[in-house]
Design a protein around this ligand. Structure first.
Ligand code: MG
Length: 253
């Protein structure tokens, strides 16, 4: 009887709508955004953070002086003596694209082999914030929640999409910043989706707090924040970046 009743109900709701037009939505229309015109470009509504020319969009994390990593032949290379760099501009929710390359002659092992990282919101003068790890994870074992594509010590990547040292790799990241109330209490946690070289490696991963080297992650209230790149202290050769852009996203409803 139940099945019969459900069947009748479904039939009557189908009968109530008879034209395909009744389920078409025409407005509001999606904003027109021109995609990147080929390799190395950015979409028309992106904020270009590095296009191969200079570090005008970046400062030293430590003292906010002009960023002093090396720019040569359209490529940005970490200078480990200069510390982390971060964007001048603060962001909340966004889509980020960046490309990075481990040196072909990389040496070392584990975490001491091409270590860098992108902090999706920088919340302090050193490594504070939320790090998606950058590391040579091509045939280089380490703890899985610290390999390339991990949310450092919180979420291992869903795949190891690493290319060989010397080859360019890409991250495409959707970052939803944590939301805090006026009293500083967490209202909604940070959420991140990461695509590494075209493969999904973080699928709407929910963060338990800032990523930390030792101990448990904890949230501390903050507002819009810079995007930060890591100058890791390991002795291996420094990695490089190119083609970095960001598109700001409207906050979640
Ligand atoms: Mg790192």
């Amino acid at each position: 009887m139940l099945t019969l009743a459900a069947g009748l109900c479904a039939a009557s709701s189908v009968a109530a709508q008879t034209k395909p037009e009744e389920t078409e939505v025409w407005k509001p229309t999606a904003p027109i955004v021109a995609p990147a015109a080929g390799e190395g470009g950015a979409p028309s509504d992106a904020i270009v953070l590095f296009d191969g020319h200079d570090l005008a969009q970046w400062v030293s994390t430590q003292d906010k002086s002009p960023a002093a990593w090396t720019v040569r032949n359209g490529v940005l290379t970490v200078d480990k003596t200069k510390g982390n760099i971060e964007t001048k501009q603060n962001f909340r929710d966004y889509q980020l694209h960046l490309e990075w390359r481990i040196p072909a002659d990389i040496a070392g092992s584990g975490q001491a082999r091409g270590n860098s990282g992108v902090f999706l919101a920088s919340t302090g003068p050193r490594d504070q914030g939320y790090e998606v790890q950058i590391l040579d994870s091509y045939e280089n074992a380490t703890y899985v929640n610290g390999q390339a594509g991990s949310v450092y010590k919180q979420h291992p990547p869903l795949a190891n999409a690493s290319r060989k040292p010397g080859e360019w790799q890409s991250y495409d990241i959707v970052w939803r910043a944590p939301v805090f109330g006026a009293d500083g209490a967490l209202k909604s946690p940070a959420v991140v989706t990461v695509i590494h070289n075209g493969l999904l490696v973080q699928d709407h991963a929910v963060l338990a707090g800032e990523t930390v080297y030792i101990g448990k992650p904890v949230y501390k209230a903050h507002g819009p924040a810079p995007i930060k790149l890591q100058a890791h202290g390991d002795p291996s050769a420094p990695i490089s970046f190119r083609n970095i852009w960001v598109r700001e996203l409207a906050p979640r409803p």
